[in-house]
Design a protein around this ligand. Structure first.
Ligand SMILES: NC(=O)c1ccc[n+]([C@@H]2O[C@H](COP(=O)([O-])OP(=O)(O)OC[C@H]3O[C@@H](n4cnc5c(N)ncnc54)[C@H](OP(=O)(O)O)[C@@H]3O)[C@@H](O)[C@H]2O)c1
Length: 240
């Protein structure tokens, strides 16, 4: 008798790194549920994927929506937390400290609230993968705010890896990756920043969502990876 495929849920799976992760895990034969706020984006994402994929629209900043989603989902095996916040970039001297609250509200709290709500139905032999950012590992000027936010996710991983054992809890820290996350910038400015980071990044280019997706897929599928920070940044942390 063939084994039942694993079921992975990707919160923030309708674009960028989450969508690339969905494609990777579907390619490994998993069943995948992707979530996001926009139903339209989710429909588009589903059409771009092949395999057993379901979609669910809810805002992960709303705890009631998060609870309702996981209560109706049923048992599943792997949770990937790709919902994003984008605030906190820029020089410290002029940093709007309210951006720290937004970063927590839009990224840290949703990722933690999804994990908390998922626990009753998440297979204890499975995994959870947070997505932080390499900013939390840099000493480069201009990232103090965003590093403070992403650093919280790095900090909780070893603790949760022990507290929630045997569940495997890991985190990926991406470098600069060309995804819709950067769409808040006008195209010209975005291209300038990408070129600047490509120059700073030791591999000589910025990253693609697929690179980070394969790092996540490794953490999801390797049953001995636990409490790890996997940095996927082309070496940026050594250079910036
Ligand atoms: N791109 C980079 O350079 C980079 C670098 C380091 C770390 N990261 C991190 O990587 C993760 C994925 O980002 P990405 O680059 O793939 O960005 P992205 O393409 O903008 O993807 C973000 C995903 O999260 C969903 N989302 C955002 N807010 C949500 C909310 N409140 N509730 C539910 N879903 C929500 C989005 O869909 P909807 O808009 O429809 O909700 C989308 O599916 C983020 O945590 C980001 O901070 C990115």
């Amino acid at each position: 008798m063939s084994e039942k495929p694993s079921h992975a849920v990707i919160v923030g799976g309708s674009s960028g790194i989450g969508l690339a992760t969905a494609r990777n895990l579907l390619g490994q034969g998993m069943n995948v549920t992707i979530t996001g706020r926009s139903q339209e984006k989710l429909e588009r994402a589903r059409q771009s994927l092949s395999g057993n994929v379901a979609i669910a629209a809810f805002d992960a900043t709303e705890p009631a929506n998060v609870r309702a989603f996981f209560e109706t989902l049923g048992a599943f095996d792997h949770l990937v937390l790709a919902a994003s916040g984008g605030k906190g970039l820029g020089p410290f001297e002029t940093l709007d400290l309210a951006d720290l609250n937004s970063g927590v509200d839009e990224k840290v709290r949703p990722q933690l609230s999804c994990l908390q709500a998922a626990l009753p139905s998440l297979n204890k032999s499975g995994s959870v993968t947070f997505i932080s950012a390499v900013s939390a590992q840099l000493s480069a000027p201009g990232v103090a705010g965003i590093a403070a936010v992403n650093g919280m996710l790095l900090t909780v991983v070893p603790i949760l890896a022990m507290e929630l054992k045997p569940l495997r809890v890991n985190v990926v820290a991406p470098g600069v990756i060309d995804t819709p996350w950067w769409d808040f910038l006008p195209s010209e400015q975005r291209q300038r920043i990408f070129a600047d980071y490509a120059g700073k990044t030791p591999v000589g280019r910025i990253g693609r969502a697929e690179y980070v997706a394969s790092a996540i897929a490794f953490l999801v599928s390797n049953g001995f990876m636990k409490g790890q920070v996997l940095t996927c940044d082309g070496g940026l942390r050594f250079a910036a």
